[in-house]
Design a protein. Structure first.
Length: 398
């Protein structure tokens, strides 16, 4: 295993490691990232061991510990505050279902802009416990800190927001919202799937109590693996709805029952259920080396620069680019159109549908969400990618 603290990479180095970046203009990290050759090689190592009967599960513990530590380093946490999950949805559900809910408690979310996976879980808990799902309105296409703060009261137990919305792709003022949540003793929960690995995150500075993400987007891993951060401030207050061997303290081997007394792990591991996705962990091990070797600040600067170049070029061509009212809220995601004017396949604006057809013909990977044409940029993108998209945009203007 390579110590990422001693191995450094550059953005230029990174692109060469992603064959998919040469196959396509891959501007689709908001939906799914691509993996590096190093991650593919790591996956092959695990798969070959299992194919040949050489796999010894106990030997994977070092990779697990390294991934836990490196993800903690990426978000400014401590290794024992990190748990391994299946995806962002499992992480969000793990926290929501671990709260000691009382009838009349409430959770505050911006239902208009959250992904459904950060909405349905609260609806389910509302039916189960009689809590209120307090959905607040967006403002200028953003999850507004002031609106959230004005909806928090003494019965608020959780405030849950996305660090970056999946569409239109604006950043959220998490720190201000966290202050409002903490004033009433509520837990600040974030869905970081659209920012982890692309934009710098410091859970302590932002006041985040729990953070859930998947590895298949900005973390440049595979589907079926997620990471969950749970602050020391909260972990002992949360009782998981499900437990298994790794979530409790027992004997030395996973098959040992020990003395039969249920003792939850004293840290985030209490949320780990069942065996681990070792192929996913191998892929993440390699990608975290790369992400930490470049550094979050450098990746953020690179991706924001490309996003601004793309957004500015599209605006000059007359496309309806979604831009937040303040520069700090811009992200690596660029969207065009009117939110809600269409679905996940087409826009109500025929001009955007022509543009989409041109992008597909030019082998540009992108998505349409809620009627918006959406691009998501990462460290493997470059100015040539942006220029190709603008070339297609120019040809699609009629």
């Amino acid at each position: 295993m390579t110590d990422s603290s001693t191995r450094k990479f550059t953005i230029a180095d990174a692109r060469a490691q992603f064959p998919g970046a040469d196959r396509w203009v891959y501007a689709n990290v908001a939906s799914k990232g691509i993996i590096s050759q190093a991650s593919r090689d790591a996956i092959d190592g695990v798969a070959d061991a299992q194919l040949n009967g050489d796999e010894i599960k106990e030997e994977y513990g070092g990779s697990l510990a390294k991934v836990r530590g490196n993800f903690a380093k990426l978000i400014g946490a401590k290794p024992h505050e990190v748990a391994v999950t299946k995806n962002v949805s499992e992480g969000l559900n793990a926290i929501g279902s671990a709260m000691d809910w009382k009838k009349g408690d409430n959770v505050v979310i911006c239902t208009e802009l959250e992904h459904p996976n950060n909405v349905y879980l609260w609806m389910n808990l509302a039916e189960k416990y009689g809590i209120e799902v307090r959905g607040v309105k967006s403002k200028d296409g953003m999850i507004d800190a002031g609106t959230i703060a004005g909806s928090v009261d003494a019965r608020t137990r959780v405030v849950s927001v996305s660090t970056v919305t999946f569409t239109p792709g604006y950043r959220t003022d998490v720190a201000s919202i966290a202050k409002a949540a903490h004033k009433v003793g509520a837990l600040m929960l974030v869905d970081a799937v659209q920012s982890a690995g692309v934009l710098a995150i410091d859970v302590e500075k932002l006041g985040i109590d729990a953070l859930a993400t998947s590895t298949s987007k900005g973390l440049l891993g595979v589907m079926g693996l997620g990471m969950l951060y749970v602050s020391d401030r909260w972990v002992e207050k949360l009782r998981p709805a499900w437990v298994a061997r790794f979530s409790v303290v027992t004997g030395k081997h996973e098959s040992d029952l020990g003395d039969g007394v249920l003792r939850l792990q004293p840290d985030a591991r209490r949320f780990e259920i069942g065996n681990y996705n070792w192929i996913g962990i191998a892929a993440l091990d390699a990608s975290l080396d790369l992400l930490l070797g470049i550094g979050s600040e450098a990746i953020e600067k690179h991706t924001l620069g490309l996003a601004n170049r793309l957004a500015g070029g599209l605006q000059q061509l007359g496309y309806p680019v979604c831009r937040p009212p303040e520069d700090w809220a811009r992200s690596h995601i660029v969207t065009i159109g009117t939110l809600g004017a269409g679905d996940a396949y087409t826009s109500d604006d025929e001009r955007l549908n022509r543009f989409s057809a041109g992008l597909k013909a030019a082998e540009v990977k992108f998505t349409v969400r809620r009627g918006l044409v959406r691009f998501g940029l990462h460290l493997y993108n470059n100015e040539a990618d942006v220029d190709k998209i603008l070339e297609v945009a120019r040809a699609s203007v009629r």
